[in-house]
Design a protein around this ligand. Structure first.
Ligand SMILES: Nc1ncnc2c1ncn2[C@@H]1O[C@H](COP(=O)(O)OP(=O)(O)OP(=O)(O)O)[C@@H](O)[C@H]1O
Length: 986
C-alpha cells in the first residue's frame, strides 16, 4: 500500500496511537523529527501545535497537511511514527513496509540556529536533564533574561516541553544564543560522563541486564498508586514540580533547585559522604519525586551518568526476614540477571560511581538508623536493615550514590553525619497547585471552577500546598463544588470528604442520602479502621490476606478503593492508598470502635511528652486489643514514622470528635461515649498547652518574656484548630502571658499559619511574633490576618513573600493599633509594594520599625517610601540593606528624612548609593535631631562622599556611628578620615 493511501485508511488507528494516552508527547516527538527533516516548515508546525487546542485536533491537522503534501511526506511521517511508537504495531497499527528509520539530517553548512532545528529530536532529549544549567549559561552570556527563563520553566510544561520551549526561544534570539546553547550541551556531555565511562565497554551481559532493569523500573514507575483504583493517569501527565530547597542554603544559588540537582554536587556539605537525604512532611511528594527520577532515568531523559539505578522501598524491605548479601539484595529485590550474575556484580563493584541506589521512606523501616554493626564485605550476609545502614554510611560499596527519603522526624544526628547534603521537599508552590489541578482535570472548565473555589477558601488553598491533599481536593471536586458555605476548613474535613466520596461512589448500595452514608458503611469503616490501627501499632503498612481476614476486611471492603494491591509481590498483599489515609482510618477506629478502652486517647496524646522526655513511645501497643499478643511484641520497636503517624492520628481524632462532626456519628455510637472521648481530647490538649507554658523561663529583669517553640507546640495548636471551637482555643491561650513568641526554622507553611492564627487571636496581651525562616508565603500571610490585632511586631524574614502578600498584610495591619514593627528581609518584594508601606507610614503616626532588607526595591520604590516618610513622625528604624535604590533613591529618602525627629537607625548597606547619594544623605546627618546610626557599607562611595558626611557631622552631636566598610577608598584615605572623625567606621 502506498504511504498516502495508508495514512488515509488507517487514520483512526494512527490518531489513536498518537493521542489515546492523553499526553502530547508522542505527537510532539513526531513533529520534532519532521521539523528536523525539513518536512515541516516552522509555519506548518505552528499551524499544527496550537496551544490550548485539543490534542486530537492538532493530530488531525497534521494528517491533513501530510496528505496534501503527498506521498513522500506521508512515507516520512510513517517512519517517524514507527520510530516514536515501535509498540504501535501491537495495537493493530501495521507499519511494516513503511520507509526505514529516519536519521537526523547531518549538520550541513547551515547556520547555528538551523542546527537547532535539524538536531531537534536529540537536543530535546539531551536538554531535558539540564534545563536549569542551560538557562544559567544563557543568562550568564547575556542571551536570556529572567523573564525568558520563567517562560521556559513554566511548571505546566513537562521536561520535554520545557526543552522544546527553550529551543524555540533560543532560535528566536539568533545565532549567538544558539552557539551558547550548543556549546553548553557539548561541554555538559564531555564533563557529564565520568572519565572512565567515556571509554567504558561494559560486558554484553551487563548491557542486557541494564536493559532489563531499566524496563522494569519504567514499568514500576509510570503510574501513580493514588490513581490505581480510580482512573488511569500516567506519571508523565500528572507530575508537577514540587518546591525543593537545600537545608543548608547556599548563597550562590540563583535558579530554583531542579530534580537533577538532588544528585549533583550543588549544595554538598560533606564531600566524603555519598548519601543525599530528601526530607519532607507526610504527603509532600517524596515517593512521587523518587518515582519521577526513576522514570526519567529509565526513559533516558535524566541521570544518564548512572548506568544502573536500583530503587528500594523501605516499606517493602520490612518484610524481608532472611539475612542477605548485598548481591542478593540487589538482584532479588530489584531485578534478576538471567545470566552471568557474578560478572555483572563484579562490574558493579568495580564501577560504584556509575550506580545509584534510592531508598524510599527510611522512616518506615522498622529499625531506627544505627551505625553499630559495621559491614564491609559485599558477600557477607546480614539482616536487610544492617545492609542498608552500611550502604548509607558508605562502609559497604563506597562510592555508590544513594538518595534516601524520609519524614523530618526520623533524621537524627547519627544519620546526618553520613549525608553529603539534605534537600527539603516543601510540597507545591501556589503555581504548582494551579498546574496540578489543571493536569488532573481533562475538562478545563472543571479545573477553573476548582481553582476558583480554592481562591475563595484560603484555608483549603493552604492545605493544597501538600500534594496529597491537593490530590484529594481534585479527586472530590464534585463534593467540593457542591458544598457551598460548608466547604472544608481542616485536614479532617478533607479526609472526611474523600471518605464520603469513595463510600458513595464505590459502595454497592447507592441509597445513601444525607448523613446516613457513614452509618450504612460502618462495618467497612470499622474493618479498615482496625487494620489501619493495628498496622500503625506494629509499624506495618503492607498487609497479607491473613491480616485482612483477621480484621474482617472483605472483598467488598477492598472494592471501596482505599486499599490497593501491591503489584510485584508473589501472593496478594495490600496497602492503603497513602499512609495519611491509614492514619485517618486508625483515627476513625479510635473514635467509633467499642473495643477502644479508656486510656487510649490520653496515651495517644501523651506520646509527644514521652518523646520530649526521651521515654519509649511503644505505649501505642498497649492500646491494641489484648488478644493480639504477637503484635504487641513487635510494637516494642520505636520508629520515628510511628511518632509522626501518631501525631497525625491524634490530629484526626481531635477533628473527628469536634462538635461540628458529632452529628455524623449519631447512629454509629452512643452519644455519651462520644462526649466522653471528646472531653478526654480537650483535657489532653489543655494539659499539653499548660505544660508548654510552664516551661517558659522567667525573664531576666528588663527583658521581654520570650517563648521559643518546643517540638509538639505546633502539633497541639493544629489539634486545637481541628476542633474548630473557639472556647477551646480561648481556654488554651488566655492564660499565656508572653511578650515574644519565637517560631523560627519550624517548617511553618500556610497550614500552620491557619492554625496559629486561629489560636493566637485569643491571646489577652499582644506579642511579637517571630516566624523567620519558614515557608509562610502569600497564602500563609493571608492566614495570619485574623491574629494581626494581637501582634505588635511581625518578623517574616526569608518566607517567600511577594508584593501580593504584602498588599493584604498592610491593608489589615493599618487597622491594627498594636501593630508597630515589621521585618521582611529576604523575601520577593519589589517596588510594587512600597506604595502600601508609604500609605502605612502616612496613616500610622505610631509605627516604629520597617525593615525590608535584601529584596528588589529600586529608586522608584525608595521614592514611594519617601512620600510616606515625609508625613511620618514616628518611625525609628528603617532598613533597606541589599536593595538597589541607587543615588536617586538615596536623594529621595534624604529629602524626606532631612529634619526627622524620630529616625534613630537607617541602613542602606549595599544599595549602590555612590558618592552623590552619600552627599545627599549628609543632609540627614546635618539636620536630623534623632539619627544615631547610619549604615553605608558597600556603596561605592569615594572620598568626596565621605567629606560631605564629615562636614555634616560637624553640625551634629547625636550621631554615634556611620559605617563605611568596603567603599571606594584607599588605605591612606581611610587612615586620614578616621583621624579626623572618630564616629566614622571603615
Ligand atoms: N509532584 C507531584 N505531582 C503530582 N502529584 C503528586 C506529586 N507529589 C505527590 N503527589 C500526589 O500526592 C500523593 C502522595 O505523595 P507521596 O506518596 O509522594 O508523598 P510522601 O511525601 O512520600 O508521603 P509519605 O511520607 O507519607 O510516604 C501521590 O500519590 C500523588 O497523588
Amino acid at each position: 500500500m502506498f504511504a498516502q493511501e495508508f495514512v488515509l485508511k488507517q487514520r483512526t488507528e494512527i490518531l489513536h496511537a498518537l493521542c489515546s494516552s492523553g499526553s502530547a508527547e508522542h505527537l510532539e516527538r513526531v513533529l520534532d523529527i519532521l521539523l528536523a527533516q525539513g518536512e515541516l516548515t516552522w509555519e506548518d508546525y505552528q499551524n499544527i501545535q496550537v496551544p490550548g487546542r485539543p490534542l486530537f485536533t492538532n493530530a488531525r491537522q497534521l494528517l491533513d497537511l501530510l496528505y496534501t503534501k503527498g506521498l513522500d511526506s506521508c512515507g516520512l511521517f510513517l517512519a517517524a511514527l514507527k520510530q516514536v511508537l515501535p509498540e504501535a504495531q501491537e495495537t493493530g497499527l501495521s507499519l511494516s513496509g513503511c520507509s526505514p528509520n529516519i536519521k537526523e539530517k547531518e549538520a550541513q553548512s547551515t547556520s547555528t540556529t538551523q542546527m537547532l532545528l535539524t538536531q531537534r529530536p536529540s537536543l530535546v532529549s539531551k536538554l531535558q536533564s539540564c534545563i536549569n544549567g542551560a538557562l544559567q549559561a544563557l543568562v550568564v552570556e547575556g542571551q536570556f533574561t529572567s523573564r525568558d527563563c520563567d517562560e521556559v520553566r513554566r511548571p505546566i510544561h513537562t521536561p520535554s516541553q520545557q526543552a522544546r520551549c527553550l529551543l524555540d526561544h533560543v532560535s528566536s534570539k539568533g545565532d549567538l544564543a544558539a552557539k551558547v546553547l550548543l556549546n553548553y550541551i557539548q561541554q555538559k556531555q564531555e564533563s557529564g560522563s565520568p572519565v572512565n565511562q567515556k571509554n567504558l565497554t561494559p560486558p554484553k551481559e551487563f548491557l542486557k541486564y541494564q536493559k532489563k532493569l531499566s524496563s522494569s523500573v519504567s514499568a514500576q514507575s509510570c503510574f501513580l498508586s493514588t490513581y490505581g483504583g480510580t482512573s488511569h493517569m500516567s506519571l508523565d501527565d500528572i507530575y508537577t514540580e514540587g518546591q525543593l530547597e537545600l537545608a543548608h542554603k547556599c548563597t550562590d544559588l540563583h535558579t530554583p533547585l531542579g530534580l537533577e540537582d538532588i544528585v549533583g554536587t550543588l549544595g554538598t556539605v560533606n564531600k566524603e559522604a555519598d548519601t543525599v537525604l530528601v526530607s519532607g512532611e507526610a504527603g509532600s511528594g517524596k515517593s512521587t519525586l523518587l518515582q519521577r527520577l526513576h522514570l526519567l532515568w529509565a526513559q533516558g531523559a535524566a541521570l544518564q551518568d548512572f548506568l544502573l539505578l536500583f530503587p528500594f522501598s523501605c516499606r517493602k524491605l520490612n518484610s524481608e526476614h532472611k539475612e542477605l548479601s548485598v548481591q542478593e539484595l540487589l538482584f532479588q529485590h530489584c531485578c534478576w540477571p538471567d545470566r552471568e550474575q557474578e560478572q555483572i556484580f563484579q562490574f558493579i563493584l568495580d564501577h560504584p560511581h556509575l550506580i545509584l541506589f534510592t531508598f524510599d521512606g527510611l522512616d518506615e523501616l522498622k529499625q531506627s538508623f544505627s551505625d553499630e554493626h559495621r559491614l564491609c564485605c559485599p558477600t557477607q550476609h546480614a539482616p536487610v536493615h544492617t545492609l542498608l545502614f552500611n550502604l548509607i554510611q558508605g562502609s559497604l560499596m563506597k562510592g555508590v550514590q544513594k538518595v534516601v527519603t524520609s519524614r523530618p522526624e526520623a533524621v537524627g544526628p547519627l544519620l546526618k553525619k553520613h549525608l553529603s547534603k539534605e534537600v527539603l521537599l516543601k510540597g507545591f508552590s501556589p503555581s504548582g497547585i494551579d498546574c496540578f489541578v489543571r493536569k488532573h482535570h481533562n475538562d478545563s472548565t472543571v479545573a477553573a471552577k476548582v481553582l476558583e473555589s480554592l481562591q475563595t477558601n484560603t484555608a483549603l488553598l493552604g492545605l493544597c500546598h501538600n500534594p496529597v491533599l491537593c490530590w484529594i481536593v481534585s479527586q472530590c471536586h464534585k463534593e467540593l463544588l457542591g458544598c457551598g458555605e460548608g466547604s472544608p476548613q481542616t485536614i479532617t474535613d478533607v479526609y472526611l470528604m474523600i471518605l464520603q466520596h469513595f463510600l458513595q461512589h464505590k459502595s454497592l448500595s447507592k441509597s445513601t442520602i444525607g448523613l446516613g452514608w457513614l452509618h450504612e458503611n460502618l462495618k467497612t469503616v470499622l474493618h479498615l479502621g482496625q487494620l489501619a490501627f493495628e498496622g500503625i501499632g506494629s509499624t506495618c503498612y503492607i498487609f497479607s490476606g491473613i491480616e485482612l481476614d483477621a480484621c474482617g476486611v472483605t472483598e467488598q471492603d477492598i472494592c471501596i478503593g482505599f486499599l490497593i494491591q501491591i503489584k510485584d509481590t508473589s501472593s496478594a498483599h495490600y496497602e492503603f492508598l497513602h499512609v495519611t489515609i491509614q492514619c485517618f482510618f486508625a483515627a476513625l477506629y479510635i473514635v467509633l470502635s467499642g473495643n477502644i478502652d479508656g486510656p487510649t486517647i490520653p496515651k495517644l496524646f501523651e506520646m509527644q511528652d514521652m518523646r520530649e522526655t526521651g521515654l519509649s513511645t511503644s505505649c501505642f501497643g498497649a492500646c491494641l486489643p489484648s488478644t493480639d499478643q504477637q503484635k504487641q511484641d513487635v510494637v516494642g520497636e520505636d520508629t520515628a514514622a510511628k511518632t509522626s503517624d501518631l501525631q497525625m492520628i491524634a490530629t484526626f481524632v481531635s477533628g473527628l470528635l469536634s462538635q461540628r462532626h458529632r452529628s455524623l456519628w449519631l447512629h454509629c455510637c452512643p452519644s455519651a461515649v462520644m462526649e466522653k472521648k471528646a472531653r478526654q481530647v480537650v483535657r489532653c490538649l489543655s494539659k499539653g498547652m499548660q505544660k508548654h507554658f510552664k516551661s517558659i523561663p522567667q525573664p531576666v529583669e528588663g527583658e521581654a518574656k520570650s517563648m521559643h517553640a518546643m517540638p509538639g507546640f505546633l502539633w497541639l495548636i493544629k489539634c486545637i484548630y481541628e476542633m474548630q471551637e473557639s472556647r477551646i482555643a480561648n481556654n488554651a491561650m488566655s492564660k499565656l502571658e508572653i511578650d515574644h513568641l519565637k517560631l523560627t526554622y519550624c517548617n511553618i507553611g500556610p497550614v500552620e499559619c491557619t492554625a496559629l492564627s486561629y489560636v493566637l487571636q485569643h491571646l489577652r496581651t499582644p506579642v511579637g511574633l517571630q516566624l523567620d525562616n519558614n515557608s509562610v508565603g502569600d497564602v500563609g500571610v493571608e492566614q495570619l490576618l485574623p491574629c494581626m490585632h494581637v501582634c505588635n511586631s511581625l518578623h517574616l524574614r526569608n518566607n517567600n513573600i511577594t508584593d501580593e502578600g504584602i498588599r493584604k498584610l498592610i491593608a489589615k495591619g493599618i487597622q491594627c493599633d498594636n501593630f508597630r514593627k515589621i521585618a521582611l528581609f529576604n523575601n520577593k518584594l519589589t517596588d510594587a509594594c512600597t506604595q502600601q508601606f508609604s500609605h502605612l507610614l502616612k496613616t500610622r503616626q505610631d509605627f516604629l520599625s520597617l525593615r525590608l532588607g535584601n529584596n528588589n526595591i529600586t529608586a522608584e520604590g525608595a521614592k514611594q517610601l519617601a512620600e510616606g516618610l515625609k508625613f511620618n513622625h514616628s518611625l525609628q528604624y528603617l532598613g533597606l540593606w541589599g536593595n538597589k535604590i541607587g543615588d536617586a533613591g538615596a536623594e529621595a529618602l534624604a529629602s524626606a528624612l532631612e529634619y526627622s525627629k524620630s529616625l534613630v537607625w537607617l541602613s542602606l548597606v549595599g544599595n549602590g548609593v555612590g558618592t552623590a547619594g552619600a552627599c545627599a544623605l549628609a543632609k540627614i546627618v546635618k539636620n536630623s535631631t534623632s539619627l544615631e546610626h547610619l549604615w553605608l557599607t558597600e556603596n561605592c562611595i569615594t572620598r568626596a562622599g565621605v567629606e560631605c558626611l564629615i562636614q555634616a557631622l560637624q553640625h551634629n552631636t547625636h550621631v554615634k556611628s556611620i559605617w563605611l566598610q568596603n567603599n571606594n577608598l584607599s588605605l591612606e584615605e581611610v587612615e586620614d578620615m578616621t583621624q579626623r572623625e572618630s564616629r566614622l567606621f571603615f
